[in-house]
Design a protein around this ligand. Structure first.
Ligand code: PMP
Length: 392
């Protein structure tokens, strides 16, 4: 039976990591893998996480099973940050469960949508490649529209058209902030319009918030999610702590449900628990527990927010330097200055991307996606000069 399986292509980004580490050039630049890096090129564990992990080791007295919902203290501690401090449960209409990373949360959101009768999910492209893979794996139809134009701005007409063409019972998947891969986010005014359009059409929003705090700030980055929730009766929210707490491999995430009533909410979550039980039984505990310990302790919370601030300002600084450079050969770098988060997409051909890698030691995804955090004061001038050399 097993020989019936076709060979699957290797993950392109993981293959890029291997190529980069085998490259002996001292001035090589890795803009591929999607993790934050300091000005020294490191991806360190947050100090607040180290302190919380120590506390966890010192105080945890059992590793007995929790349940498919995971650590509900963790799930609830995040809610004021996502949904606002005033009434984060929207009078008992929002609750959630822990998931293995944002990926587990997105998968569960799509599975829940499908189980509720959704057969089509509308989504802007390009997107995080795993979105399409998850839809494919769960046999939900992807209806795509163009996320952004060549001018580096959101293509609102494409989104309006996609919503206008939607049918009742469709879902719409949107990135909450720091769009992956383009870095091109909706403005507050655009979110206001989108929220009204979703509400008027009766679509189910699936909001993927994987980079809260890496764009404009924790509060600012929640604007879209909160605005949509204020206009619609129900929604699914997939959340990742893997970037904003630097937990990547520890797989820390949560899925939240907003339902019309507390009774429906309870029913939806019981389905979430059943789906989780059949897939991974329960989420890994360690990372979620460490995040909970941070959020339960004001001093650790302040330390975490400070570390997050440092990350955000470093990326803003790199973006400002790129925008100041104006252009690199034929490439206009100015749009990168107002994009958000780790990523932007450069308009490079496959041939130019290959040339950058082979002749200049610059590694980026085949889509032209670059991880802004891979640039430092030590390599940014070389990067701009090399870009000019291949595009000019
Ligand atoms: N959604 C988006 C848009 C992402 O970019 C990512 C991570 N690259 C995820 C979800 C999943 O994150 P995690 O690593 O927590 O699974």
């Amino acid at each position: 039976m097993l020989s019936n399986l076709d060979q699957q292509p290797a993950d392109a980004l993981l293959a890029l990591i291997k190529l980069h580490s085998a490259d002996p050039r001292a001035d090589k630049i890795d803009l591929g893998v999607g993790v934050y890096r300091t000005g020294q090129g490191a991806t360190p564990v947050f100090g607040a996480i180290k302190a919380a992990e120590q506390k966890l080791v010192d105080t945890q007295n059992s590793k007995s099973y929790l349940g498919p919902e995971g650590d509900m203290g963790f799930v609830h501690a995040l809610m004021p940050y996502i949904f606002g401090k005033g009434d984060p449960t929207m009078s008992g209409r929002i609750d959630g469960m822990q998931a293995p990373g944002g990926t587990g949360a997105v998968r569960l959101a799509v599975a829940l949508a499908k189980k509720s009768g959704v057969t089509r999910i509308i989504m802007g492209l390009p997107s995080w490649p795993n979105h399409a893979q998850i839809l494919g794996d769960l046999a939900v139809e992807l209806v795509s529209f163009k996320h952004a134009g060549a001018d580096g701005k959101v293509d609102m007409d494409a989104l309006r058209g996609a919503i206008a063409a939607a049918e009742a019972g469709d879902a719409l998947l949107l990135h909450g902030c720091c769009h992956n891969p383009t870095g091109i986010d909706y403005t507050p005014a655009q979110w206001d319009e989108i929220a009204d359009l979703i509400a008027a059409k009766g679509l189910l929003p699936i909001l993927d918030l994987a980079y809260q705090g890496l764009g404009k700030g924790m509060e600012e980055d929640a604007y879209g999610v909160r605005k949509v929730l204020s206009r619609v009766p129900e929604a699914l929210i997939a959340y990742s702590c893997d970037k904003n707490f630097g937990m990547y491999r520890d797989r820390v995430g949560a899925i939240y449900v907003m339902a019309e009533t507390a009774e429906v909410l309870n029913r939806v979550l019981s389905n979430g628990h059943a789906l989780a039980r059949a897939a991974w039984s329960m989420p890994p505990d360690h990372g979620g527990a460490a995040v909970r310990l941070i959020l339960e302790d004001p001093a650790l919370t302040a330390m975490w927010l400070d570390e997050l601030d440092t990350m955000r300002s470093r990326m803003a600084h790199v973006r400002a330097r790129l925008a100041e450079a104006g252009s690199a050969g034929a490439i206009d770098l100015t749009p990168l200055g107002h994009q958000n988060g780790l990523f932007s997409v450069l308009p490079l051909s496959g041939e130019q991307i290959l040339k950058l890698r082979e002749q200049h030691g610059i590694y980026m995804a085949g889509s032209g996606r670059v991880n802004i955090a891979g640039l430092t004061s030590g390599n940014i001038d070389k990067f701009i000069a090399d870009l000019a050399a291949v595009s000019g």
